[in-house]
Design a protein around this ligand. Structure first.
Ligand code: TMP
Length: 209
């Protein structure tokens, strides 16, 4: 049996980490092995690329350079970590994936269709079985992220950038409703968990897990 590939998406400060822990718990209770990864990052090489991407000193980074480093980090993560785990039958939970590049680089940086094209090569066509979009208002998300600690290079972008990212996520969810589940990130932590668990039960039923 092949494993599952689950991704979480959303603007900064959407509360992804808490729900990732809940998703891990859901599958461990079923006796399945859970592999956790994140983007940018997830492997030693990809984590080095992450440091370049989020470094506040790299304010001169060109948007095309940025998009390609995100894709490079992903190519390594897919081949070194994600695909081998899925082949073993494990459950892979990835904090952000291609949808982040579409939202932040195609919409936020306004790079358009080039982003999906480059990412097709980066992923070799791998698409998540299910994606949870933690939908949070950009102002509220930025405030939560600021409260949690220092803001990174992307988080420091102006509000109009974050509104374009939001519009990107909205369109991704509209285009692919079977895969992308919208989760109201303003709801209580317990309600969010229950909603996510309902979606996961349905996914497991459809895959015979
Ligand atoms: P994180 O703070 O959720 O770990 O994500 C790091 C930042 O990188 C976050 O602001 C979103 C951004 N990002 C992109 O711009 N494009 C991408 O493809 C990914 C994965 C993240």
């Amino acid at each position: 049996m092949k494993g599952l590939f689950i991704t979480l998406e959303g603007g900064d400060g959407a509360g992804k980490s808490t729900q990732i822990r809940n998703i891990e718990r859901f599958f461990r209770r079923k006796g399945l092995v859970v592999v956790h990864t994140r983007e940018p990052g997830g492997t030693p090489i990809s984590e080095k690329l992450r440091n370049i991407l989020l470094d506040n000193e790299n304010s001169e980074m060109d948007p095309v350079t940025e998009m390609m480093i995100y894709a490079a980090s992903r190519a390594q993560n897919v081949r070194e970590k994600i695909l081998p785990a899925i082949e073993r039958g494990d459950i892979v939970i990835c904090d952000r994936f291609v949808d982040s590049s579409v939202a932040y680089q195609a919409y936020g940086r306004q790079l358009g269709d080039m982003v999906e094209e480059v990412n097709r090569h980066a992923t070799g066509g791998l698409v998540p079985d299910i994606t949870f979009w933690m939908d949070i208002d950009p102002e509220a998300g930025k405030a939560r992220a600021a409260k949690a600690g220092d803001l990174d290079r992307l988080e420091l972008e102006k509000m109009d950038f974050h509104y374009r990212v939001y519009e990107g996520y909205r369109r991704i969810a509209e285009k692919d409703p079977d895969r992308v589940k919208r989760i109201d990130a303003a709801d209580t932590v317990d309600n969010i968990r229950d909603h996510i668990y309902e979606c996961l039960e349905e996914l497991c039923r459809s895959k015979g897990i």
